[in-house]
Design a protein around this ligand. Structure first.
Ligand code: THU
Length: 143
C-alpha cells in the first residue's frame, strides 16, 4: 500500500511531537517514533533512559512494544525524529533487529533530525540486510 507525502509528513510530525515526551536526562537527545498501524491508527513513543545507562530504551523499541501491547499489527510504516539533531539519525542496530521482528522487509522507514522535511525514506530490508533466523518463527527446529 502506498503512503503519500502528506501521510509521511503527518507521521513525521507525530514522531516529532512524541520526542517532546522523551525521558533523556543523560544524553539530552530526545527521540520520538510513530508507527502507522494496519488499522490506520498511529502509535507513538519516545526514548526512555535510565541511570544504569544500558537499560535505556530507544524510541523505536518503545513504540514497537507499545503498539504490540495494544494489540496492533500489520505495521505500515515507522517514522523516527531526533529533535535535537541537525541531520537524519537512523535507528540503532538493536532497533533495526526489533523492527524487523514485526515488520515486512519492504515496510517504509522514515527518519529525520529536527527538520522533518530533511528526511531519509528507506525500508526495513535496506536498514537490516542479510536478515537471519526467520525460520525460528516458523518453528523449524522443533522436535
Ligand atoms: N536513540 C533513540 O531513541 N533512537 C535512535 O534511533 C537513536 C538513539 C536514543 C537512545 C538514547 O536515549 C539517546 O537516543 C542517545 O543515544
Amino acid at each position: 500500500m502506498n503512503i503519500d507525502q502528506k501521510e509521511i509528513k503527518n507521521l513525521m510530525n507525530k514522531a516529532l511531537e512524541a520526542s517532546k515526551l522523551s525521558y533523556s536526562p543523560y544524553s539530552h537527545f530526545p527521540v520520538g517514533a510513530a508507527i502507522l498501524c494496519g488499522d490506520g491508527e498511529i502509535v507513538t513513543a519516545a526514548n526512555i533512559e535510565n541511570r544504569s545507562f544500558g537499560l535505556t530504551i530507544c524510541a523505536e523499541r518503545s513504540a514497537i512494544v507499545k503498539a504490540i501491547s495494544l494489540g496492533k499489527k500489520d505495521f505500515r510504516a515507522i517514522a523516527i525524529c531526533c529533535s535535537r539533531a541537525d541531520y537524519p539519525v537512523s535507528p540503532c542496530g538493536a532497533c533495526r533487529q526489533v523492527i524487523s521482528e514485526f515488520a515486512s522487509p519492504d515496510m517504509p522507514v522514515y527518519f529525520s533530525g529536527a527538520d522533518i522535511d530533511n528526511r531519509i525514506e528507506t525500508t526495513v530490508a535496506k536498514l537490516f540486510p542479510f536478515n537471519a533466523l526467520d525460520e525460528l518463527k516458523e518453528g523449524v527446529y522443533k522436535e
